[in-house]
Design a protein around this ligand. Structure first.
Ligand code: PLP
Length: 398
């Protein structure tokens, strides 16, 4: 068959696993806006699903990428990569972790964490201690083990056979969790703020109980901060808002600002198990990814950035509360932390998303009939107010 690649039929040679709106093609972006070939600007409050945390074409990120691009793209990990070592050091210095492994995506960072948790117990002489507990409504990525960890039947069916060593309990159900823990339990994995299954921050009280259970039973606690990490919550990592720390953590989305990167961060005792030959990645932490990751960290760690995310988040939250009061038959509640915002709808979230897009505001969907707003962390007050105004007029017209 001939691949015409025309605008009318642009995806002829791609799997039908995505369904982007036909006829809407962006040619470039600037800050919080995406611009079509015809020059129409859309407000991007999805950020490639929490990835372009500093908007599009940020000068500091463009400079880091292009400067590195003219020097050295790739070596693989058969040679030292100083920029990756620097990024690892900075991540460790700014987190609970002592040591990191670089991957290229969220799901790969999750896979690394799963292996590290099992590897740790094996190194302690407990090879049979290999089961990991996950929670309902979780999302950890699309590779087989990440699917098995989340346990979402609609994602797993036809693809995941067997349990791959995972047990599942209901979100925030302490009794179920206690019953699920056994001598084979190696680790527990959860998102401090659930993203795909509905924007749902874990409660401090529950997470405290989980941490204590883990510590008392020698179980490792892994946080999936692939979506909520890297400043999105108004804290560098979302769990810092609760003051409860993991042994293992996965990051990805926001860390590359659009360049693919994933990281698994661990304490030293966990890292010590991952000796030569246990794990690897051809691309992970290559010079381009490391250059951009360092440049993103420069921006996230800049004085005042996290405070401004908190302030914009509070403003946004209050403005949405006002919209709920104005449109109580259409939207019912607001969820999240910082600039990770979910609005639970009474009308269909899919319909609201399309109407907002027609009005040039791009948002995402999430579980529990929510729409998800993930603007760039450096979004301007003017653009936040514009988004609120589009939400208001769109809801009024629906
Ligand atoms: C997106 C996401 C993943 C998977 O990341 P990919 O880069 O798509 O593999 C894992 N966990 C969470 C919480 C995510 O939001």
């Amino acid at each position: 068959m001939t691949n015409t690649g025309t605008k009318e039929d642009p995806r002829v040679a791609m799997w039908p696993n995505y369904s982007p709106p036909q006829g809407l093609i962006f040619s470039h972006g600037k800050g919080s806006e995406l611009i079509t070939e015809e020059g129409e600007a859309y407000l991007d409050f999805l950020s490639g699903i929490a990835v372009t945390g500093f908007g599009h074409a940020h000068p500091h990120l463009v400079a880091a990428l292009t400067e590195q691009a003219s020097k050295l793209w790739h070596l693989s990990n058969v040679f030292r990569i100083p920029a990756a070592e620097e990024l690892a050091r900075r991540l460790a210095d700014n987190s609970f972790a002592d040591s990191v492994f670089f991957a290229n995506s969220g799901t790969e960072a999750i896979e690394a964490g799963i292996k590290a948790m099992r590897g740790y117990h094996a190194a302690q002489g407990s090879n049979d201690r290999n089961r990991i507990i996950g929670f309902s409504d979780s999302f950890h990525g699309r590779t087989i083990a990440a699917l098995a960890a989340a346990g979402n039947q609609s994602h797993m069916q036809n693809f995941v056979t067997g349990d791959y060593g995972f047990d599942h309990v209901d979100w925030e159900n302490l009794e179920q969790l206690k019953n699920a823990i056994g001598p084979q339990t190696a680790g527990i994995i959860l998102e401090p703020i659930q993203g795909e299954g509905g924007i749902r921050p874990v409660s401090q009280a529950f997470l405290q109980e989980v941490r204590e259970l883990c510590t008392a039973n020698g179980i490792l606690l892994m946080f999936d901060e692939v979506q909520c990490g890297v400043g999105r919550s108004g804290h560098l990592f979302a769990h810092e808002a609760l003051g409860i720390y993991p042994d293992v953590m996965a990051l990805a989305k926001g860390l590359g600002g659009g360049f693919p990167i994933g990281v698994c961060l661990t304490t030293q005792v966990v890292a010590d198990a991952m000796v030569v030959g246990t794990h690897g990645s051809t691309f992970g932490g290559n010079p381009l990814a490391a250059a951009v990751g360092n440049a993103v960290l420069d921006l996230v760690l800049e004085d005042g950035l996290l405070d401004s995310v908190k302030e914009k988040g509070q403003f946004f939250n209050q403005a949405i509360e006002d919209l709920i009061a104005k449109h109580p038959e259409k939207i019912e509640s607001v969820h999240g932390l910082g600039l990770m915002v979910g609005i639970k709808c009474k009308i269909s979230n899919a319909n609201l998303l399309v109407s907002l897009r027609d009005n040039k505001l791009l948002v995402g969907k999430s579980g529990s009939n929510m729409i998800r707003l993930l603007p760039p962390l450096n979004v301007s007050q003017e653009h936040v107010e514009k988004a609120i105004s589009i939400l208001d007029s769109t809801l009024a017209a629906m």
